[in-house]
Design a protein around this ligand. Sequence first.
Ligand code: NAD
Length: 479
Amino acid sequence: MTIKNFINGKFENPIHKHWIDNYCPANGEVYGKTPNSSKEDVEKAYQSAQSAFRLWSQTTLDERSRILIKISELLEANIQRFAEAESKDNGKPVSLAAAVDIPRAASNFRFFGNAITQFASESHESVGQNAINYTLRQPLGVVGCISPWNLPLYLFTWKIAPAIAAGNCVVAKPSEVTPMTAYLLGEICNKAGLPKGVLNIVHGMGTTTGQAIIEHPSIKAISFTGGTATGAHIARIAAPMFKKLSLELGGKNPNIIFADCDYDEMLKTTVRSSFANQGQICLCGSRIFVEASIYDKFKIDFVAKVKELKLGHPSEASTDIGAIVSKQHLEKVLTYIEIAKQENGKVLCGGQKVTIEGFENGYYLQPTIIEVDTDECSVNQEEIFGPVVTIMPFKNEDDVLEMANKVKYGLSATLWTDNLKRSMTMSNELQVGIVWVNTWMLRDLRTPFGGVKASGVGREGGFEALRFFTEAKNVCIKY
Ligand code: NAD
């Protein structure tokens, strides 16, 4: 299968005919190729977007909304096809892609298709000065959207949908590790009647294609989701050019469990928040802190539940844990397990590569729980982004709050407690962008989404995203 760029509504080979192998993590085989697009391809995509901008930015909100909702409906009508493609590219269970990734990609278009019809700006009357100010919210022009491999279509569309809803035209790049569903999206956009050039998708490596997007002098904003080091690099290039930047970066999220919680609900959700998508979700609760009085019980029950998870080929309906996204990433995760052992960590379960009959070269790793004796060890401080969690006990609120905040990241936190005062005071104190109390990853697309510290700058979601993708202009009229 040869993936192509989607420029001006047409599928095209990269100008210089440079390609990257596309791997299937479930069996480790190359099953296709993806363009490694050059600066010239990005320029072509930019020109296409720029030519479409005037008309698209003048298209009525009703019409934009209608097209976005049509894209959403077409994605919903093709869930199985997209889910299978996502799974083949990423290694995640087809069942997960069909239940979460693709429906959410459809929701992203539906949500912003509706949100744009409700988005409004303010006016300010300058009392006593016979003047009125009103604020225009104008689209930026051509914007760049760059996304990672863990939730490929889900995060790609989370950026594209608000960008085009707000009247911008887009040059977008999915991860070179998981390009397939972004490729298929082009076809859907054409069927939905999205005008040519409004969305342009260029495939390739971060260091070639991604770099050309962030360096492009006329691309007005970069919405990026990915690793913290890449985010810092993008900021260094884009900031002196005064591009608007939204950076959604890494996480090392605490999952804080108090003895007074609903234990069964907590246990069930903690298995999910630790290992869903092979632990490759920026929001996974990879540092589990448990109140000392229930620590021993939790340890036994958690290990037992995790051992019940079925690791297998992503297309098997019974599979809970599929393959890790790439060989390189599997090796990185294994290295962290070794580091944990050197730093006195005790592997309570998992920790080993798994060979599945018939798919011997696939990238499979057991879900791994490591008991640590200090929150300062590397596996508690650095993002692993795989099926690895640490557990350790804590004494009281102050103690756990200090440990929870003592990392460079600040994306999300989960709290398990039945104590309202504690959940509210701790939510105030946690240095993160999102707190879940007695739940995990329950999303309402109207809420602001993003992190603090090394987890990013800016917020996505709801009107925050529409504000990012528009420029406010104040008009003052004296009468
Ligand atoms: P990555 O930073 O390696 O790549 C992300 C994207 O950036 C890819 O499309 C890549 O090609 C591109 N890129 C790389 N170098 C670039 C450059 N020089 N210029 C422009 N683009 C470049 O991240 P990844 O390995 O794909 O994803 C995993 C990371 O993403 C983890 O750190 C995870 O926490 C983070 N993540 C964050 C969120 C969030 O919402 N905060 C969500 C999902 C994933």
